[in-house]
Ligand binder design. Structure first.
Ligand code: SF4
Length: 364
């Protein structure tokens, strides 16, 4: 690719012309590259590198869908930066996605196997949905093969697998008690595959895009926490960046839906918000192109990006149980400025949601 030396983004005129023909202005592209660098905490010197990496490569990607609600595909289709059309046509060569591809039946399955055979070790896989392990995986089959069998072959031969949504990362709702199909996340089903986890119900497509951009720019997946989640997106708790945090620190809590505090945007902790025990960048990235996110809309976080949240973080509208080392439950009623420091110091551990006791049988 040829670059212009007087252009800070160093985009060749013919490449820029091709982007403009697809409705992407230079300003849009610059803004997108800058946003990606900021999200990945890369210095501004990486902005032209991101532009070059994204424009120079068109890696193959296959999207597998197993036990799920298609919420992550929905999230992809709602992507605004870049638009889904740009992701599908410009950045990636999406060869297989059951929900949006034109071929069907044997032709579709052939497209998948062609990528596995011809691009071995070079393609990406995105997996949406959990994989049933019970009874040899008979509870989810595509084209006559079990999800488990397919995932072993497709993920096992990929450069990297990105598990999106909480079902693909940790089993999600299908794995909730009593987990009748033996559902698990991709890493548990295919332990030899290189897997990064982007949980959420659904995942945030900005986090998926940034993970791919990181790989294209630096040649490796981003650093992760002990649950395989990229630190750029899951390194901080919801509570750390929540716009209602000032009200938490001031002891101003919503006590009933629609009360004066709720109308004034006070803290939702008393209404069951699990933000203090949930790691995700929802408050900073938000959803639908940065329009809003649940807490901004007036509903507490229910911890959907934590493993087994359905069994361990509930009930949805009850205050967090007392987590060892956390202390909010004991002090929420007499909260004051001092608590902010105490909780901040006490909650730097990842995966704290797992310390919450599983739901007892008689509570189900
Ligand atoms: S408890 Fe929930 S609503 Fe309150 S500050 Fe924390 S994350 Fe925000």
């Amino acid at each position: 690719m040829k670059f212009m030396s007087d252009d800070p983004l160093q985009i060749a005129p013919d490449v820029m012309e091709s982007l403009e023909k697809k409705g992407v202005s230079r300003r849009d592209f610059m803004k997108w590259c800058t946003g990606m660098a900021a999200m990945l905490a890369l210095p501004s010197s990486f902005i032209p590198k991101i532009a070059e990496a994204v424009l120079a490569q068109k890696p193959y990607l296959v999207w597998l869908e197993y036990q799920d609600c298609a919420g992550d595909s929905e999230a992809l289709l709602r992507a605004t930066a870049p638009t889904v059309g740009q992701i599908v046509l410009d950045i990636l060569s999406v060869e297989y996605h059951e929900t949006i591809m034109a071929p069907s039946g044997h032709m579709a399955e052939k497209s998948l196997m062609d990528v596995v055979e011809n691009q071995k070790g070079k393609y990406f896989v995105v997996v949406e949905g959990s994989i049933p392990m019970k009874d040899n995986g008979v509870y989810c089959c595509i084209g006559g093969r079990s999800a488990l069998d397919l995932a072993r072959e497709v993920c096992g031969n990929a450069a990297a697998t990105i598990a999106v949504g909480t079902c693909a990362t940790h089993g999600g709702i299908p794995a909730a008690h009593p987990n009748p199909t033996g559902a698990v996340g991709v890493k548990e089903a295919v332990p030899n595959a290189t897997v990064i986890n982007i949980p959420g119900c659904p995942m945030n497509v900005e986090n998926l895009t940034a993970t791919i951009v990181h790989y294209l720019t630096l040649g490796r997946l981003p650093q992760t926490d002990n649950l395989g989640r990229p630190l750029f997106a899951f390194g901080k708790r919801i509570h750390d960046n929540c716009e209602r945090r000032g009200h938490f620190d001031a002891g101003q809590f919503v006590r009933e839906w629609g009360d004066a505090g709720h109308r004034q945007g006070w803290c939702l902790y008393e209404m069951g918000c699990k933000g203090p025990a949930t790691f995700h960048n929802c408050p900073t990235v938000k959803y639908n192109g940065g329009t809003s996110w649940p807490v901004q809309a007036g509903h507490g976080c229910f911890g959907c990006s934590e493993p087994h949240f359905w069994d361990t973080m509930g009930p949805v509208y009850k205050r967090l149980p007392n987590v060892p080392g956390f202390g909010v439950e004991k002090t929420a009623d007499k909260i004051g400025a001092g608590l902010a420091a105490a909780t901040a110091a006490g909650l730097v551990l990842h995966g704290i949601g797992r310390a919450i006791s599983p739901k007892k049988k008689d509570e189900e």
